[in-house]
Design a protein around this ligand. Structure first.
Ligand code: ATP
Length: 474
């Protein structure tokens, strides 16, 4: 019985994923990259509404991490860095995922993901011996996702860094490659000293950054959850060594609260503690979100000790120490990091706020985005397209509103259809200009408009002069 229920749920969830992918394409949120050439695996483009949503997510993160804090500054570092950065960070030697190849169809898959699919916990940080031993133990159960055969080779580690030939004009550039950054954090570590020297910051302080990262993911899957080109939003706090676990707990609490404040249902979030810590790490927890394909990592919170700065000190020969002005004590700060993907947040936001309901007896799809995230804040309609006086007034209202917020003008189709369209992209309010706005029959209604609320469908009459205040406040 329980099995049946589970099957039904997973069926529903995969339907939900398909529905969201279709809506995201149809409504201009996410397009497959290079579609006219048949697509390009692991790469996606944001459409016009997706670009707005992504920008709003970045703004919400920046507000929480920089604007609302007193001791965090922002950076925007380059995608390319000196090749030594990636040696020092350990990425050249150890930034690898476990790969296994199907002997029948040669499809390559992540060994840890295949194990997960048969309910065996494994993670990408396991040693080669450990993951091979675990894979061997379960070999008979694991089927190739492409051809279904159960015949795999040995598990090998595959480096995820993406190489380029930037600045190298020899024929053998592969010997000394420059890399597209595999994470944004290294840009922060290598600028630690410059920030310290040029800004009035004192430990504890943080540096935040939003930017692109590139990884040669073996099997990018689950839509924009795992991409080869993606964006990260990362913040590193530099703290006194003995304070690190206290700061870590503070940030665990803050980051959890951030999702609640964004409007996520708490039951859709869960903590996951890493069992296999890298040797220098003191703690690693992920915030997981209940995606339609299960609870998966959304954000990682890590207590990294002083590994990163120590490594850069070693490789660059530059002093990464901090002289505490209060105690005259010198030390290399420890790092507490909060790292989340923009694209994973985007997908979580689509899943979290997607809704199907019934309004006035009619089924509809509505994205219940919080106003701060909604791509369009207000849509302005003339009741009828072919009445120049209505259109002129609506244009006037639109011109006024678009100075204050992202607004859209729509005179296409009947008003009901226009509401449906705006519901699907999550526009919190629609404003309709009708004959009463012109005050022809009821002079007392002159210069009032109808404001329709996305979530309740409720319509209220508001003076044009009060419109901006009403929309922002409600
Ligand atoms: P995973 O275990 O899912 O591969 P990770 O532990 O390697 O992720 P981190 O290196 O800690 O991820 O990166 C920080 C964040 O960046 C992740 O929590 C995730 O939100 C995001 N991220 C990492 N890899 C990708 C990717 N390929 N596509 C989209 N987002 C990603």
């Amino acid at each position: 019985m329980a099995e049946n229920i589970e099957n039904k749920e997973s069926q529903f969830d995969s339907n939900k994923m398909d529905t969201i992918v279709a809506l995201a394409k149809r409504r201009g949120f996410v397009y497959p990259s290079s579609e006219i050439y048949g697509g390009f695996v692991g790469v996606y483009d944001y459409g016009p509404y997706g670009t707005e949503l992504a920008n709003n997510i970045k703004q919400a993160w920046w507000k929480a991490m920089v604007q609302d804090e007193e001791n965090i500054v922002g950076l925007d570092t380059a995608i390319f860095m000196h090749p030594k950065v990636w040696e020092a960070s350990g990425h050249v030697g150890g930034f690898a995922d476990p790969l296994v190849e199907c002997k029948v169809c040669n499809t390559r898959s992540r060994a840890d993901h295949l194990l997960e699919d048969v309910n065996v916990f494994a993670d990408e940080k396991m040693s080669s011996e450990d993951i091979n031993a675990l894979f061997d133990e379960h070999r008979k159960e694991i089927a190739c996702p492409k051809c279904g055969q159960k015949d795999f080779g040995e598990v090998k580690h595959f480096n995820l860094l993406v190489q380029s030939n930037l600045g190298n004009f020899s024929n053998d550039w592969g010997k000394e490659p420059t890399y597209l950054r595999g994470e944004t954090a290294q840009g922060i570590y290598i600028n630690f000293k410059q920030v310290l020297d040029t800004m009035r910051v004192k430990v504890p302080f943080g540096i935040a950054q939003i930017g692109k990262a590139f990884r040669n993911e073996i099997s990018p899957r689950q839509y924009i959850f795992r991409k080869r080109e993606f964006e990260q939003m990362e913040m590193q706090m530099f703290v006194k060594p003995e304070d690190d676990m206290g700061v870590y707990e503070t940030w665990r609490a803050k980051r959890w609260q951030y999702y609640i404040d964004l409007g996520f249902d708490e039951s859709h979030l869960k903590w996951h503690e890493h069992e296999n810590l890298v040797f220098y790490a003191k703690a690693a927890w992920d915030i997981e979100y209940k995606f339609p394909f299960g609870f998966k990592e959304l954000e990682g919170l890590h207590a990294r000790g002083n590994y990163d700065l120590t490594q850069h000190q070693l490789y660059s020969g530059k002093d990464m120490g901090y002289l505490d002005p209060a105690t005259n004590e010198k030390y290399i700060p420890h790092v507490v990091e909060a790292s989340v993907g923009l694209d994973r947040t985007f997908l979580a936001v689509l899943c979290e706020f997607y809704n199907e309901d019934e309004l006035n007896g009619e089924k509809r799809v509505v994205m219940r985005f919080p106003r701060a995230l909604a791509p369009i804040k207000v849509a302005v309609f003339p009741l009828l397209k072919n009445k120049p006086e209505l259109v002129a007034k609506a244009r006037e209202v639109f011109a006024m509103l678009k100075k204050e917020m992202r607004a859209e003008f729509d005179d296409n189709g009947n008003v009901g259809k226009r509401y449906r369209r705006q519901d699907e992209i999550g526009t919190p309010h629609c404003v309709t200009i009708d004959f009463d706005t012109l005050g022809e029959e009821k002079p007392e209604l002159k210069d009032t408009v109808t404001v329709r609320d996305r979530d309740t469908g409720e319509q209220t009459r508001v003076y044009i002069n009060d419109l901006t205040k009403t929309l922002i406040g409600g």
